[in-house]
Design a protein around this ligand. Structure first.
Ligand SMILES: *[C@@H]1O[C@H](CO)[C@@H](O)[C@H](O)[C@H]1NC(C)=O
Ligand SMILES: *[C@@H]1O[C@H](CO)[C@@H](O)[C@H](O)[C@H]1NC(C)=O
Ligand SMILES: *[C@@H]1O[C@H](CO)[C@@H](O)[C@H](O)[C@H]1NC(C)=O
Ligand SMILES: *[C@@H]1O[C@H](CO)[C@@H](O)[C@H](O)[C@H]1NC(C)=O
Ligand SMILES: *[C@@H]1O[C@H](CO)[C@@H](O)[C@H](O)[C@H]1NC(C)=O
Ligand SMILES: *[C@@H]1O[C@H](CO)[C@@H](O)[C@H](O)[C@H]1NC(C)=O
Ligand SMILES: *[C@@H]1O[C@H](CO)[C@@H](O)[C@H](O)[C@H]1NC(C)=O
Length: 442
């Protein structure tokens, strides 16, 4: 009886707690082990042992609605639940460092708290360093974002539209990451000032990795190793400067870079194995810029390419001027190759080189053609070779006969020599004298 009474009291107490301003009684993430909230209500979790942090939009252990930042370091797993950021009006920063398993669910970081979209409103800064992102769902990151910076991380399983409908973006930087299993439309339909993809390794960049992205200043792809750049991987408009530099690209498909630029394009110091026909044909110039400034320069400088034909380099001649300042063909020099590149060499005052096997370095295709190719050059070399053979045969015949004669002489000398009867004591001198005498007689 007594116990039942206690139980009833407990139940009614719990009912009271639950029905009263319910949320106030529940703990927030600030109460989790390894986490705290500072006076500006940034959520800071600094794990020193295996620990999973779940970021919830509501319920017990939710992220408080006043949170200004989410800063997580060293935890084994961080899981952003859907709609996490929707009501976090004060949120400005998200920083993830040294996390072994990050999962960002659909719309977890969809954040558009202001009724009127404007770049004057504050935006999010998303920073991920030395972490493994194992899932980046569709629409994971949307809305008002200033910067997205991901460095030294591994990013797997990126669904379409992972970064989409962003507003007011200044910088997107992906540096020294390993990306694989990336689906189409990774970055879709937004404007950013700069976009940088630098260093690291990518298995395959899908078609429309950047889809309908306006870049108003610099578009740069630098120092990455990539197995495959698909057709229309970069569907980009408006950059003032395009730099594709120092990359290792195994396969560059036709129209890999589909860019409407407002300035020059530089394709420099890249190593490409398979350079498809028309890989750069999708590059063209913005109409306004075209009418004011005219054609823009497409500079192809110091690239090393294994499989490429002269026709691979076709480009949009109405809007661009091509300058080839250095193109090393990783192909052994031969006259057919030289002839094939002659046409391009005539049109563009460029320097194309081929691999000169004999000396183990690259040699200008034009120089090779001048010194080794052409009808006259070839017959000339045939004459030289035939001449050399004739001279060699003659020389060896002469040598043969001379040696034979010498041997015969020696035999005769030997026959004459044993004649020591009368001059036994001075034999040596006499033999020499006689030998000389005999030579002149023969
Ligand atoms: C996390 O903990 C480490 C070691 O205890 C400390 O050095 C570091 O400053 C902490 N970081 C933050 C953001 O509190
Ligand atoms: C990167 O993160 C891992 C844990 O995911 C950690 O063990 C390692 O020390 C970190 N490296 C650096 C350079 O901080
Ligand atoms: C050219 O690219 C190579 C890698 O292929 C890099 O090591 C080198 O620093 C680059 N040179 C310049 C001048 O960018
Ligand atoms: C280059 O293309 C050829 C023919 O399509 C293919 O067999 C080869 O594997 C490609 N090379 C690389 C490094 O992918
Ligand atoms: C030209 O390319 C080669 C091979 O990638 C590289 O070693 C060299 O540094 C480059 N030179 C310049 C001036 O970029
Ligand atoms: C060259 O660019 C112009 C303007 O963007 C475009 O209309 C035209 O079709 C392009 N030509 C080729 C061959 O792609
Ligand atoms: C040049 O081609 C050979 C095979 O034909 C390949 O092994 C080598 O890696 C290539 N070099 C470069 C710099 O692409």
């Amino acid at each position: 009886m007594r116990w039942l009474k206690w139980r009833a009291a407990l139940v009614s107490f719990l009912t009271l707690v639950a029905s009263a301003p319910a949320q106030r009684a529940e703990p927030t993430i600030c109460a989790e082990e390894f986490c705290r909230c500072d006076s500006f209500t940034a959520v800071i979790c600094n794990c020193t042992s295996d620990y999973e942090v779940t970021l919830r939009p509501d319920g017990a252990y939710r992220v408080p609605s006043t949170a200004s930042g989410i800063i997580i370091n060293g935890c084994s797993r961080v899981n952003f639940l859907p709609d996490l950021a929707r009501n976090l009006i004060q949120l400005r920063t998200i920083e993830l460092t040294n996390i072994m398993d990050v999962v960002i669910n659909e719309r977890a970081l969809s954040w558009s708290p202001f009724s009127r979209e404007s770049e004057m409103h504050p935006g999010l800064r998303i920073l991920i360093q030395n972490s493994t992102v194992n899932q980046l769902s569709s629409y994971a990151i949307q809305g008002r974002v200033n910067d997205i910076i991901i460095t030294d991380s591994r990013i797997h399983n990126v669904r379409p539209y992972a970064f989409s409908s962003l507003t007011g973006v200044r910088n997107i930087e992906l540096k020294n990451n390993v990306l694989y299993n990336i689906e189409r439309y990774t970055f879709s339909k937004f404007t950013t000032i700069n976009f940088l993809l630098k260093g690291g390794y990518v298995d395959r960049l899908p078609s429309r990795f950047l889809s309908d992205v306006e870049i108003t200043n610099l578009f740069r792809v630098e120092g990455i190793s990539v197995k495959h750049i698909s057709s229309v991987t970069f569907l980009v408009r408006s950059p003032k400067r395009v730099l594709v530099e120092s990359n290792f690209i195994e396969n560059l498909d036709p129209d890999g870079f589909h860019v409407v630029t407002k300035g020059p394009i530089t394709f420099r110091n890249n190593t490409v194995t398979n350079f498809s026909k028309g890989a750069l044909l999708g590059v063209t110039v913005d109409q306004e810029v075209m009418s004011v400034k005219g054609r823009q320069e497409l500079l192809v400088d110091n690239n090393t390419i294994t499989n490429i034909a002269p026709s691979s380099l076709i480009y949009n001649q109405t809007t661009l001027s091509l300058r080839v300042d250095g193109l090393n063909l990783n192909i052994t020099c031969n006259c057919e190759l030289a002839e094939n590149w002659r046409q391009l060499l005539k049109e563009e005052a460029g320097i194309v080189t081929c691999w000169y096997d004999l000396e183990g370095h690259y040699m200008s295709v034009a120089t090779f053609a001048d010194s080794r190719c052409g009808a006259f050059k070839q017959t000339f070399w045939i004459f030289v070779v035939v001449g050399l053979v004739v001279v060699l045969i003659a020389a060896s015949l002469i040598t043969y006969f001379v040696v034979r004669r010498e041997n015969e002489k020696k035999k005769k000398v030997q026959i004459v020599m044993p004649d020591g009867k009368t001059y036994r004591e001075t034999e040596f001198h006499i033999v020499v004298e006689r030998a000389e005498l005999l030579t002149t007689n023969l």
